[in-house]
Each structure stands twice: as C-alpha cells, then as structure tokens.
Ligand binder design. Structure first.
Ligand code: NAD
Length: 436
C-alpha cells in the first residue's frame, strides 16, 4: 500500500515515519522546500526522541521518501493523509482552514480513482463533509473515500504515542475507507489498540472535546493552586489525593504557569468559537481560555514583583519550550511571560536545552545563554518555566552564588523544600502556602 503524507510538521513527519516503520511505502510532501531538502538528506527537522533512528532506518530501507511534488506523490497513493496546520484565525478564534482547503484542492487534482483521503489535522465539526463535497465538485464522477482520523500524539513522546496510542479514532462513511484504515493501523490492531470507528462528525468532535477537557483539567488545578496559596494548602498533596480517584485520574493535575503549545490554546479557542457558531455555547471552555490568559500574566507579575524587591535589572528564565522534550515554542507560556518581564524594563537571560534556535526569532531582546548557570549570572530572580530533566538536578548553591538576588520561582514545582535547604535561595513554588 502506498501512502502520501501531506505536511511534514510534528504530526505529518512522525506519522509518515511511523507508517514507513509499519512497512508501508510512504512519500512525505511539504511546500517548504528547505524542510524537504533537510529531510531528504536524513536530517530530522524537529526534536523528537527516537525520530532520528526511525527516519534513518526507513530511508535506508527505501520505504520513506520526501518531496515537494504533491501531484506525483498523490497520484501514486492509495491512502492520502492531510496533516497540514490548522492555526487560529485572527479575530474570532475559529480554526483557519485555508491550508486544509489548499491541500484538498491539490489532492483533488492529482488523486487516482478509488483513493482514500484522510484528514489527520485537527478540524472543526463539519469540515470533513465540506472537504468531501469540495473534492467531489472538483472531480465529478471520480470515486474516492473521505476519512477523519484525528491525531492524539503529544510532542516530546510523539513516536511512543503514535506506536502505542490509547485508541485510534476513525470517522468513516464507507467500507473502502474503513478497510483502508484497518490496514494502515493493522500493526496497532494486532497489539489490541482499540479502534473507534465512528462518523466523520463524531471523530471531529472527539478530538476537540478531548483537548478541551484536558485544558480544563489543567486550568482547574491552577485555580485550586491559587486557593492553596492563600488558604494554607499544598496543591501537590491535593492533586495527588484527588487524582487517586479513578474517576478523576492523576494526569493533567500539575499546577503551573498555564497551558500552552501548538494545540490546547488554538483548539480551546476553536471549540469555543464552534459552540458559538452552532448556538451551543461552550461556556466552560470560554472561561478556560480567559483564565489561562490571566494566569500567564499573573505568573509574570510574580516574577516582576520579586525582581523589583531584589533591586535587580535582570531575570533568568530556565526553559522556553511549552513543555520538556520538544523544541516547539508555539504559544508557550514563556513567550507571554518573557514579554511582560521585558515590558517591565527588566532584562531576560534565558536558556533552553532545545528550543533556543526557534525562540531567538520569536523573542527579540533576550540574552540567550549556554546553560542555566550562565543565565543565572547577575540575575535577581531565577524563574523555572519548563521542567526539562536538565533543570531537575541543578547545583542550586552554585545558582545562588551566581545571582545578585536570591529568589528562585519554580513555576513547575520541580524542587522540594529539602533540595533548597542550605542553598541560600528564597524558594517560591506554585500552590504551596509554605513556600511563598
Ligand atoms: P506544523 O505547522 O508543524 O506542520 C504543518 C506542515 O504542513 C508545515 O511544514 C507546512 O509547510 C505544511 N503545509 C501546509 N500546507 C501545505 C500544502 N498545501 N502542501 C504541503 N504541505 C503543506 O503542524 P503540526 O503541529 O504538525 O500540526 C498539524 C495538524 O495536526 C494541526 O491540525 C494540529 O492541530 C494537529 N495536531 C498537532 C499535534 C502536535 O502535537 N503538534 C498533535 C495532534 C494534532
């Protein structure tokens, strides 16, 4: 079976590489010639644990190739995945579907009869049906099947998530689409991964509802953290105990600086906008979006206040990626927090193990440092924003010695009180009344 994967971003590249690993012939397409040149040379264009090895092996074995020639890739494909971006549209928060539409038009022009077209990108309810009609209008009389197959992988563990998902969600309309998806996911099926076969509309709503729910969970625990700080609690103990209830679950109950990344912010906005458009208001999610924005500013205010108290002109920021093990900084809390610190007239000295290349352009004026220690030099406050492993065992005495002030603001609750003892640091975590 030949697969064409359109879009070689986080989702397209990881999915393409994994399908090649399953044994299929995969041709990955992107408009970005620079990306394709690097990928063709065997260079992974994103940082994702395990990706390099899988890419190298599958290119060497002749199952994986990269091209900018969409028409040629699609013309030879039995199954065509569309994995292009669906960013927020300016102004109303709706998902911008222009890249999906452009890719679909190009697919319509080049596909062979009987092709199965799969939208893997996150798209709002009704999109698959609309794209199906658009392709049908462009190629009247040509048989094809439309499939919705939203992706749930997480950056930082994308390969593992793709290979061992909790479930695969597939929205289909006909037997050809259903059978094609059974075949492409057969290796997972053999490992007893649940396959949810449903309608196009359900598949679309499932993806948004899942992300909106997780974002709501994060926002919930962040507000509980605020209460803990003011009322004498400790959010980690509270989260641990409520998470023991299987109905609630322990995941996504870590208080922090607010959610970020390439999915939750845009997907919550799009879900809320979809609710408004269908007159089925998603007021919980509207609130989640608003609370999360406020949270980032509140965290920045904490850092600025501490810097003012220490009379220092600079703040060290450890971590700009939206989470560890990725170089993705899209809507990372660090972006808003750093901008607010700079606006307050303070200099930001920042370090990130993987994201500094992408961050440089997005965050002008930041002094980029080669290590956490270099960042701490001369800073009044050190703020830990991303819980990279590299920051979990810092020599805190050394950090304190390098700073002019002594405040460590740990927005990821990485350290414990005993780690701080004897370091001379004034330690402030999130949601813990005794560390504030
Ligand atoms: P991305 O921005 O990293 O990559 C998209 C790629 O598509 C870019 O390289 C772009 O050049 C290419 N592209 C755009 N139009 C094209 C066209 N017409 N032909 C060929 N290539 C084209 O995006 P991403 O993070 O991989 O996300 C893709 C989709 O998957 C989005 O809808 C996103 O919401 C969803 N998703 C993302 C994640 C994640 O963790 N990143 C997880 C699950 C779902």
């Amino acid at each position: 079976m030949n697969i064409s994967m359109i879009g070689t971003g986080y989702v397209g590249l990881v999915s393409g590489v994994c399908f090649a690993e399953f044994g299929f012939q995969v041709s990955c397409v992107d408009l970005n010639a620079g990306l394709i040149a690097r990928l063709s040379a065997g260079e992974a264009t994103i940082f994702e644990p395990g990706l390099d090895e899988l890419m190298t092996r599958n290119i060497r074995d002749g199952r994986l190739s990269f091209t900018t020639d969409l028409a040629a890739s699609v013309a030879g494909a039995d199954v065509i995945f569309i994995a292009v971006g669906t960013p927020s549209r300016r102004g109303d928060g709706e998902a911008d579907l222009q890249y999906i539409e452009a890719a679909a038009d190009a697919v319509a022009a080049a596909m062979k009869p009987g092709a199965v077209i799969v939208i893997k990108s996150t798209v709002v309810v009704g999109t698959n049906a609309r794209i199906r009609d658009r392709i049908r209008a462009a190629r009247p009389g040509v048989e094809f099947s439309m499939v919705s197959n939203p992706e749930f992988l997480r950056e930082g563990s994308a390969i593992e998530d793709f290979m061992r998902p909790d479930r695969v969600v597939v929205g289909v309309e006909d037997t050809r689409g259903r059978e094609a998806m059974r075949r492409v996911y057969r290796p997972l099926y053999l490992r007893e991964t649940p396959m949810v076969m449903t309608t196009l509309e359900n598949a679309e709503i499932i993806k948004y509802a899942a992300n909106a729910f997780l974002a709501m969970k994060v926002t919930f625990i962040n507000q509980v953290a605020d209460l803990c700080e003011k009322a004498g609690g400790n959010v980690q103990e509270v989260a641990h105990a409520i998470g023991m209830d299987k109905r609630i679950g322990a995941k996504f109950l870590h208080a922090g600086p607010g959610f970020g990344g390439s999915c939750f912010p845009k997907d919550t906005r799009a879900f809320a906008a979809t609710g408004r458009r269908f007159d089925a208001p998603q007021t919980l999610i509207e609130e989640v979006v608003a609370v999360n924005e406020t949270r980032k500013q509140a965290m920045a205010a904490r850092i600025i206040e501490a810097a003012r108290q220490s009379d220092a002109a600079s703040v060290a920021v450890l971590g700009v990626a939206f989470k560890p093990n990725t170089d993705d900084i899209r809507e990372a809390p660090a972006i808003d927090i750093i901008a607010a610190i700079q606006k307050a007239g303070l200099t930001v000295r920042a370090h990130d193990p993987e994201a500094m290349v992408t961050a440089r352009a997005a965050l002008p004026g930041v002094v980029w440092c080669n290590s956490a220690y270099e960042a701490a030099e001369g800073a009044g406050v050190t703020a830990l924003l991303t819980e990279w492993n590299a920051y979990r065992a810092l020599d805190l005495k050394k950090i304190a010695g390098l700073m002019t002030g002594n405040v460590l603001i740990d927005l990821r609750n990485v350290y414990k009180a005993e780690d701080i003892e004897g370091t001379g640091l004034d330690y402030r975590s999130v949601g813990n009344s005794s560390a504030f």
